[in-house]
Design a protein around this ligand. Sequence first.
Ligand SMILES: Cc1cc2nc3c(=O)[nH]c(=O)nc-3n(C[C@H](O)[C@H](O)[C@H](O)COP(=O)(O)OP(=O)(O)OC[C@H]3O[C@@H](n4cnc5c(N)ncnc54)[C@H](O)[C@@H]3O)c2cc1C
Length: 362
Amino acid sequence: MRDFGGTTERVPARVVRPGSADEVAAALRDAAARGRDAVPRGTGHSTSGRSLTGGVSLDMRGLGGVHEVGPGHAVAGAGATWREVLAATLPHGLAPPVLTDYLDLTVGGTLSAGGVGGTSHVHGTQADNVLALEVVTGGGPVTCSPTVRPGLFDAVRGGQGAHGVVTRATLRLVPVPERVLSCTVPCRDAADLLRVQREVRADHISGQAKPAEDGWRFEAKAVRYAGGPPPGATEAEELSFLGFADRMGPDVAELVALGEWERPHPWAMVLLPGSGAAAVITAALASTTPADLGLSGVVLIKALRVGRVPMLAAPTDPVLFGLLRTASPGCTPVAGMLAANQAFLDRAEAAGGTPYPAAPSA
Ligand SMILES: Cc1cc2nc3c(=O)[nH]c(=O)nc-3n(C[C@H](O)[C@H](O)[C@H](O)COP(=O)(O)OP(=O)(O)OC[C@H]3O[C@@H](n4cnc5c(N)ncnc54)[C@H](O)[C@@H]3O)c2cc1C
Protein backbone atom coordinates (compact mmCIF):
# COMPACT_ATOMS: atom_id res chain seq x y z
CA MET A 1 0.00 0.00 0.00
CA ARG A 2 1.28 3.53 -0.68
CA ASP A 3 0.12 7.06 -0.05
CA PHE A 4 -0.01 10.19 -2.19
CA GLY A 5 3.62 10.87 -1.22
CA GLY A 6 4.57 7.63 -2.94
CA THR A 7 7.98 7.42 -1.29
CA THR A 8 7.05 4.77 1.31
CA GLU A 9 5.31 1.42 0.86
CA ARG A 10 3.93 -0.76 3.65
CA VAL A 11 2.03 -4.02 3.43
CA PRO A 12 -0.62 -4.13 6.16
CA ALA A 13 -1.10 -7.42 7.97
CA ARG A 14 -4.84 -6.76 7.68
CA VAL A 15 -7.21 -4.17 6.22
CA VAL A 16 -10.43 -3.59 8.19
CA ARG A 17 -13.27 -1.47 6.85
CA PRO A 18 -15.35 -0.59 9.93
CA GLY A 19 -18.92 0.51 9.31
CA SER A 20 -19.54 1.92 12.79
CA ALA A 21 -17.69 3.37 15.79
CA ASP A 22 -18.28 0.10 17.65
CA GLU A 23 -16.58 -1.80 14.82
CA VAL A 24 -13.63 0.62 15.10
CA ALA A 25 -13.46 -0.15 18.84
CA ALA A 26 -13.57 -3.91 18.13
CA ALA A 27 -10.82 -3.58 15.51
CA LEU A 28 -8.61 -1.62 17.95
CA ARG A 29 -9.15 -4.25 20.68
CA ASP A 30 -8.38 -7.08 18.25
CA ALA A 31 -5.22 -5.34 16.99
CA ALA A 32 -4.03 -4.70 20.56
CA ALA A 33 -4.65 -8.35 21.50
CA ARG A 34 -2.45 -9.43 18.57
CA GLY A 35 0.21 -6.83 19.41
CA ARG A 36 -0.38 -4.95 16.19
CA ASP A 37 -0.58 -1.24 15.43
CA ALA A 38 -3.91 0.00 14.07
CA VAL A 39 -3.65 3.05 11.80
CA PRO A 40 -6.69 4.91 10.45
CA ARG A 41 -6.63 5.86 6.80
CA GLY A 42 -8.93 8.29 5.02
CA THR A 43 -8.21 8.82 1.32
CA GLY A 44 -4.45 8.34 1.88
CA HIS A 45 -3.50 11.79 0.56
CA SER A 46 -0.86 12.36 3.21
CA THR A 47 2.84 11.83 2.57
CA SER A 48 5.78 10.17 4.41
CA GLY A 49 3.75 7.02 5.06
CA ARG A 50 1.61 8.60 7.78
CA SER A 51 -1.50 6.61 6.85
CA LEU A 52 0.47 3.37 6.28
CA THR A 53 1.21 0.47 8.62
CA GLY A 54 2.49 -3.07 8.67
CA GLY A 55 -0.25 -3.76 11.25
CA VAL A 56 -3.98 -3.15 10.86
CA SER A 57 -5.07 -0.53 8.34
CA LEU A 58 -8.46 0.94 9.28
CA ASP A 59 -10.14 2.09 6.08
CA MET A 60 -12.29 4.93 7.43
CA ARG A 61 -14.22 5.46 4.18
CA GLY A 62 -16.83 3.03 5.54
CA LEU A 63 -17.74 5.68 8.13
CA GLY A 64 -18.82 8.29 5.61
CA GLY A 65 -22.07 10.16 5.23
CA VAL A 66 -23.46 13.43 6.51
CA HIS A 67 -25.96 12.56 9.23
CA GLU A 68 -27.42 15.95 10.06
CA VAL A 69 -27.38 19.51 8.75
CA GLY A 70 -28.65 22.17 11.18
CA PRO A 71 -28.73 25.98 11.07
CA GLY A 72 -25.03 26.35 11.99
CA HIS A 73 -23.65 22.84 12.08
CA ALA A 74 -23.38 19.49 10.31
CA VAL A 75 -22.59 16.06 11.70
CA ALA A 76 -20.39 14.05 9.34
CA GLY A 77 -18.77 10.64 9.46
CA ALA A 78 -14.97 10.85 9.70
CA GLY A 79 -14.66 9.02 6.38
CA ALA A 80 -16.81 11.57 4.50
CA THR A 81 -14.89 13.78 2.12
CA TRP A 82 -15.22 17.56 2.16
CA ARG A 83 -16.85 17.21 -1.29
CA GLU A 84 -19.55 15.03 0.30
CA VAL A 85 -19.95 17.48 3.19
CA LEU A 86 -20.39 20.38 0.75
CA ALA A 87 -22.91 18.42 -1.32
CA ALA A 88 -25.02 18.02 1.83
CA THR A 89 -24.69 21.58 3.17
CA LEU A 90 -24.87 23.71 0.00
CA PRO A 91 -28.59 23.04 -0.55
CA HIS A 92 -29.05 24.79 2.84
CA GLY A 93 -26.89 27.73 1.69
CA LEU A 94 -24.21 26.70 4.20
CA ALA A 95 -20.62 25.43 4.13
CA PRO A 96 -17.77 24.79 6.55
CA PRO A 97 -15.89 28.09 7.08
CA VAL A 98 -12.56 26.51 6.04
CA LEU A 99 -12.16 24.15 3.10
CA THR A 100 -8.93 22.56 1.94
CA ASP A 101 -7.82 23.47 -1.60
CA TYR A 102 -8.65 19.91 -2.66
CA LEU A 103 -12.04 18.51 -1.66
CA ASP A 104 -11.38 14.75 -1.93
CA LEU A 105 -9.75 14.51 1.50
CA THR A 106 -11.64 13.07 4.46
CA VAL A 107 -12.97 14.99 7.43
CA GLY A 108 -11.03 12.68 9.80
CA GLY A 109 -7.85 12.93 7.73
CA THR A 110 -7.65 16.72 7.58
CA LEU A 111 -8.80 17.28 11.19
CA SER A 112 -5.92 14.97 12.13
CA ALA A 113 -3.59 17.22 10.12
CA GLY A 114 -5.14 20.58 11.10
CA GLY A 115 -6.69 21.58 7.79
CA VAL A 116 -5.49 24.88 6.35
CA GLY A 117 -7.51 26.70 3.70
CA GLY A 118 -7.61 30.07 2.00
CA THR A 119 -9.96 31.40 4.71
CA SER A 120 -7.61 30.37 7.52
CA HIS A 121 -6.42 33.98 7.96
CA VAL A 122 -9.98 34.70 9.18
CA HIS A 123 -11.25 31.42 10.64
CA GLY A 124 -8.11 29.50 11.62
CA THR A 125 -7.78 25.85 10.68
CA GLN A 126 -10.52 23.29 10.11
CA ALA A 127 -9.55 21.90 13.52
CA ASP A 128 -10.49 25.31 14.99
CA ASN A 129 -13.99 24.97 13.55
CA VAL A 130 -15.01 21.63 15.02
CA LEU A 131 -17.71 21.81 17.65
CA ALA A 132 -17.43 18.20 18.89
CA LEU A 133 -15.89 14.87 17.94
CA GLU A 134 -16.75 11.24 18.49
CA VAL A 135 -13.49 9.39 19.14
CA VAL A 136 -12.53 5.78 19.80
CA THR A 137 -9.45 5.15 21.93
CA GLY A 138 -9.10 1.96 23.97
CA GLY A 139 -12.74 1.50 24.93
CA GLY A 140 -16.00 2.35 23.21
CA PRO A 141 -16.73 5.60 21.35
CA VAL A 142 -16.78 8.79 23.46
CA THR A 143 -17.68 12.39 22.69
CA CYS A 144 -15.25 15.23 23.24
CA SER A 145 -15.44 18.99 22.72
CA PRO A 146 -13.88 22.15 24.16
CA THR A 147 -15.87 21.49 27.37
CA VAL A 148 -16.30 17.68 27.44
CA ARG A 149 -13.01 15.71 27.70
CA PRO A 150 -11.07 18.76 26.42
CA GLY A 151 -7.76 16.90 26.77
CA LEU A 152 -8.86 14.25 24.26
CA PHE A 153 -10.33 16.93 21.97
CA ASP A 154 -6.95 18.72 21.94
CA ALA A 155 -4.92 15.54 21.47
CA VAL A 156 -6.91 14.31 18.49
CA ARG A 157 -7.17 17.55 16.46
CA GLY A 158 -3.86 17.76 14.56
CA GLY A 159 -2.77 14.52 16.26
CA GLN A 160 -2.24 12.41 13.11
CA GLY A 161 -4.33 9.52 14.42
CA ALA A 162 -1.86 8.81 17.23
CA HIS A 163 -4.25 9.57 20.11
CA GLY A 164 -7.54 8.11 18.94
CA VAL A 165 -9.63 7.38 15.90
CA VAL A 166 -12.14 10.09 14.97
CA THR A 167 -15.38 8.45 13.91
CA ARG A 168 -17.74 11.45 13.67
CA ALA A 169 -17.37 15.24 13.68
CA THR A 170 -19.78 18.09 14.38
CA LEU A 171 -18.63 20.85 12.07
CA ARG A 172 -19.41 24.56 12.27
CA LEU A 173 -21.19 25.93 9.18
CA VAL A 174 -21.48 29.48 7.85
CA PRO A 175 -23.62 31.00 5.07
CA VAL A 176 -22.08 30.76 1.59
CA PRO A 177 -21.70 33.83 -0.63
CA GLU A 178 -23.70 34.03 -3.86
CA ARG A 179 -20.57 34.49 -5.93
CA VAL A 180 -16.85 34.96 -5.46
CA LEU A 181 -14.45 37.26 -7.29
CA SER A 182 -11.04 35.61 -7.60
CA CYS A 183 -8.26 38.14 -8.32
CA THR A 184 -4.55 37.78 -9.07
CA VAL A 185 -2.20 40.27 -7.38
CA PRO A 186 1.42 40.08 -8.63
CA CYS A 187 3.99 40.64 -5.87
CA ARG A 188 7.67 41.68 -5.95
CA ASP A 189 9.04 39.02 -3.62
CA ALA A 190 8.18 36.81 -0.65
CA ALA A 191 8.06 39.76 1.78
CA ASP A 192 5.71 41.67 -0.53
CA LEU A 193 3.50 38.60 -0.91
CA LEU A 194 3.19 38.24 2.86
CA ARG A 195 2.48 41.99 3.17
CA VAL A 196 -0.31 41.72 0.56
CA GLN A 197 -1.75 38.66 2.32
CA ARG A 198 -1.89 40.54 5.63
CA GLU A 199 -3.01 43.96 4.35
CA VAL A 200 -5.43 43.32 1.50
CA ARG A 201 -9.05 42.86 2.53
CA ALA A 202 -9.98 39.42 1.23
CA ASP A 203 -12.36 36.67 2.30
CA HIS A 204 -10.02 34.00 0.97
CA ILE A 205 -6.34 34.56 0.23
CA SER A 206 -3.45 32.36 -0.85
CA GLY A 207 -0.08 32.74 -2.53
CA GLN A 208 2.38 30.95 -4.74
CA ALA A 209 5.91 31.33 -6.06
CA LYS A 210 6.29 30.16 -9.66
CA PRO A 211 9.47 29.48 -11.64
CA ALA A 212 10.42 32.41 -13.89
CA GLU A 213 13.33 33.06 -16.27
CA ASP A 214 15.21 35.10 -13.67
CA GLY A 215 14.31 33.07 -10.60
CA TRP A 216 10.84 33.11 -9.03
CA ARG A 217 7.76 35.26 -9.45
CA PHE A 218 5.26 35.69 -6.66
CA GLU A 219 1.53 36.18 -6.77
CA ALA A 220 -1.35 36.35 -4.33
CA LYS A 221 -4.86 35.13 -5.12
CA ALA A 222 -7.24 37.41 -3.28
CA VAL A 223 -10.88 36.38 -3.30
CA ARG A 224 -13.72 38.68 -2.36
CA TYR A 225 -17.28 37.60 -1.67
CA ALA A 226 -18.56 41.17 -2.24
CA GLY A 227 -17.22 44.29 -3.96
CA GLY A 228 -14.62 44.72 -6.68
CA PRO A 229 -11.01 43.64 -7.08
CA PRO A 230 -8.41 44.72 -4.50
CA PRO A 231 -5.71 47.31 -5.32
CA GLY A 232 -2.95 45.91 -7.56
CA ALA A 233 -5.10 43.12 -9.05
CA THR A 234 -4.32 42.35 -12.70
CA GLU A 235 -6.92 39.66 -13.34
CA ALA A 236 -10.36 38.98 -11.89
CA GLU A 237 -12.71 36.05 -12.48
CA GLU A 238 -16.24 35.65 -11.14
CA LEU A 239 -17.24 32.14 -10.07
CA SER A 240 -19.98 30.35 -8.18
CA PHE A 241 -19.01 29.31 -4.65
CA LEU A 242 -18.90 25.61 -5.63
CA GLY A 243 -16.98 26.37 -8.84
CA PHE A 244 -14.40 28.16 -6.73
CA ALA A 245 -14.29 25.55 -3.93
CA ASP A 246 -13.70 22.83 -6.54
CA ARG A 247 -11.18 24.88 -8.55
CA MET A 248 -8.54 22.13 -8.38
CA GLY A 249 -10.84 19.71 -10.23
CA PRO A 250 -9.72 20.51 -13.81
CA ASP A 251 -6.02 20.65 -12.79
CA VAL A 252 -6.26 17.26 -11.09
CA ALA A 253 -7.93 15.74 -14.18
CA GLU A 254 -5.03 17.06 -16.29
CA LEU A 255 -2.39 15.78 -13.86
CA VAL A 256 -4.06 12.36 -13.84
CA ALA A 257 -4.06 12.32 -17.66
CA LEU A 258 -0.37 13.33 -17.75
CA GLY A 259 0.58 10.65 -15.22
CA GLU A 260 1.88 13.28 -12.78
CA TRP A 261 -0.76 12.46 -10.12
CA GLU A 262 0.57 8.91 -9.75
CA ARG A 263 4.23 9.94 -9.45
CA PRO A 264 5.94 10.27 -6.07
CA HIS A 265 5.26 13.56 -4.25
CA PRO A 266 8.06 14.28 -1.77
CA TRP A 267 6.32 17.24 -0.16
CA ALA A 268 7.77 19.42 2.58
CA MET A 269 5.49 21.80 4.48
CA VAL A 270 6.21 23.96 7.50
CA LEU A 271 4.54 26.59 9.63
CA LEU A 272 7.05 29.44 9.93
CA PRO A 273 6.99 32.30 12.44
CA GLY A 274 5.73 35.38 10.57
CA SER A 275 8.70 37.56 11.59
CA GLY A 276 11.31 35.37 9.86
CA ALA A 277 9.16 33.74 7.19
CA ALA A 278 10.19 35.88 4.18
CA ALA A 279 13.90 35.24 4.86
CA VAL A 280 13.43 31.46 5.19
CA ILE A 281 11.30 31.33 2.03
CA THR A 282 13.77 33.45 0.04
CA ALA A 283 16.73 31.28 1.11
CA ALA A 284 14.85 28.04 0.37
CA LEU A 285 13.84 29.20 -3.12
CA ALA A 286 17.37 30.45 -3.86
CA SER A 287 18.57 26.85 -3.62
CA THR A 288 15.57 25.32 -5.44
CA THR A 289 15.51 24.91 -9.21
CA PRO A 290 12.41 24.08 -11.30
CA ALA A 291 13.83 20.54 -11.67
CA ASP A 292 13.92 20.25 -7.86
CA LEU A 293 10.18 21.00 -7.81
CA GLY A 294 9.14 18.77 -10.73
CA LEU A 295 6.98 19.53 -13.76
CA SER A 296 3.78 19.97 -11.74
CA GLY A 297 5.33 21.04 -8.41
CA VAL A 298 3.81 23.93 -6.50
CA VAL A 299 5.24 26.40 -4.00
CA LEU A 300 2.56 27.47 -1.52
CA ILE A 301 2.86 30.51 0.73
CA LYS A 302 -0.04 31.36 3.04
CA ALA A 303 -0.22 33.64 6.05
CA LEU A 304 -2.83 32.31 8.46
CA ARG A 305 -4.19 32.26 11.95
CA VAL A 306 -4.23 29.18 14.14
CA GLY A 307 -6.64 29.35 17.05
CA ARG A 308 -6.30 26.71 19.75
CA VAL A 309 -4.89 23.54 18.23
CA PRO A 310 -2.09 22.60 20.66
CA MET A 311 -0.88 19.62 18.58
CA LEU A 312 0.10 21.95 15.74
CA ALA A 313 2.53 23.84 18.01
CA ALA A 314 2.14 26.71 15.55
CA PRO A 315 4.62 29.58 15.82
CA THR A 316 3.47 33.19 16.31
CA ASP A 317 1.77 34.78 13.31
CA PRO A 318 2.23 31.56 11.29
CA VAL A 319 2.95 31.29 7.59
CA LEU A 320 2.41 27.97 5.80
CA PHE A 321 5.23 27.36 3.33
CA GLY A 322 5.07 24.26 1.18
CA LEU A 323 7.49 22.85 -1.37
CA LEU A 324 5.05 20.47 -3.05
CA ARG A 325 7.38 18.50 -5.28
CA THR A 326 6.56 15.93 -7.96
CA ALA A 327 9.28 13.50 -9.04
CA SER A 328 8.62 13.98 -12.76
CA PRO A 329 10.70 12.28 -15.46
CA GLY A 330 13.87 14.28 -16.24
CA CYS A 331 13.71 16.14 -12.93
CA THR A 332 15.60 15.67 -9.68
CA PRO A 333 15.19 12.05 -8.53
CA VAL A 334 13.15 11.21 -5.41
CA ALA A 335 16.26 10.67 -3.25
CA GLY A 336 17.55 14.15 -4.14
CA MET A 337 14.17 15.71 -3.38
CA LEU A 338 13.98 13.92 -0.01
CA ALA A 339 17.52 15.06 0.88
CA ALA A 340 16.63 18.65 -0.07
CA ASN A 341 13.49 18.40 2.08
CA GLN A 342 15.48 17.24 5.10
CA ALA A 343 17.97 20.11 4.74
CA PHE A 344 15.09 22.57 4.32
CA LEU A 345 13.15 21.19 7.32
CA ASP A 346 16.28 21.45 9.50
CA ARG A 347 16.78 25.09 8.49
CA ALA A 348 13.09 25.89 8.98
CA GLU A 349 13.11 24.29 12.43
CA ALA A 350 16.23 26.24 13.40
CA ALA A 351 14.31 29.39 12.43
CA GLY A 352 11.40 28.45 14.77
CA GLY A 353 9.28 26.60 12.21
CA THR A 354 7.30 23.43 12.84
CA PRO A 355 6.47 20.68 10.31
CA TYR A 356 2.95 20.66 8.91
CA PRO A 357 1.25 18.26 9.46
CA ALA A 358 2.93 17.84 12.84
CA ALA A 359 5.24 14.85 13.30
CA PRO A 360 3.05 11.86 14.31
CA SER A 361 4.93 11.35 17.57
CA ALA A 362 4.13 14.92 18.75
C1 LIG B 1 -3.84 17.40 -3.58
C2 LIG B 1 -3.75 17.67 -2.11
C3 LIG B 1 -4.21 18.87 -1.62
C4 LIG B 1 -4.13 19.16 -0.26
N1 LIG B 1 -4.59 20.36 0.18
C5 LIG B 1 -4.50 20.66 1.48
C6 LIG B 1 -4.98 21.91 1.97
O1 LIG B 1 -5.49 22.76 1.21
N2 LIG B 1 -4.87 22.16 3.30
C7 LIG B 1 -4.34 21.25 4.16
O2 LIG B 1 -4.30 21.51 5.36
N3 LIG B 1 -3.87 20.07 3.72
C8 LIG B 1 -3.94 19.76 2.42
N4 LIG B 1 -3.47 18.56 1.98
C9 LIG B 1 -2.89 17.63 2.97
C10 LIG B 1 -4.03 16.85 3.62
O3 LIG B 1 -4.85 17.69 4.40
C11 LIG B 1 -3.52 15.82 4.58
O4 LIG B 1 -2.59 15.01 3.96
C12 LIG B 1 -4.71 14.98 5.10
O5 LIG B 1 -4.27 14.24 6.20
C13 LIG B 1 -5.23 14.08 4.01
O6 LIG B 1 -6.50 13.56 4.37
P1 LIG B 1 -6.77 12.03 4.05
O7 LIG B 1 -8.21 11.77 4.27
O8 LIG B 1 -6.23 11.65 2.74
O9 LIG B 1 -5.93 11.40 5.25
P2 LIG B 1 -4.93 10.16 5.20
O10 LIG B 1 -3.78 10.49 4.33
O11 LIG B 1 -5.66 8.92 4.92
O12 LIG B 1 -4.46 10.16 6.72
C14 LIG B 1 -3.64 11.23 7.19
C15 LIG B 1 -3.34 11.07 8.68
O13 LIG B 1 -4.55 11.19 9.41
C16 LIG B 1 -4.81 9.98 10.14
N5 LIG B 1 -6.26 9.75 10.04
C17 LIG B 1 -7.00 9.54 8.92
N6 LIG B 1 -8.29 9.39 9.26
C18 LIG B 1 -8.36 9.49 10.60
C19 LIG B 1 -9.41 9.41 11.56
N7 LIG B 1 -10.66 9.20 11.18
N8 LIG B 1 -9.11 9.56 12.88
C20 LIG B 1 -7.85 9.79 13.26
N9 LIG B 1 -6.81 9.88 12.42
C21 LIG B 1 -7.07 9.73 11.11
C22 LIG B 1 -3.98 8.91 9.46
O14 LIG B 1 -3.66 7.86 10.33
C23 LIG B 1 -2.76 9.71 9.04
O15 LIG B 1 -1.88 9.89 10.12
C24 LIG B 1 -3.55 18.22 0.63
C25 LIG B 1 -3.10 17.00 0.13
C26 LIG B 1 -3.19 16.72 -1.22
C27 LIG B 1 -2.66 15.42 -1.73
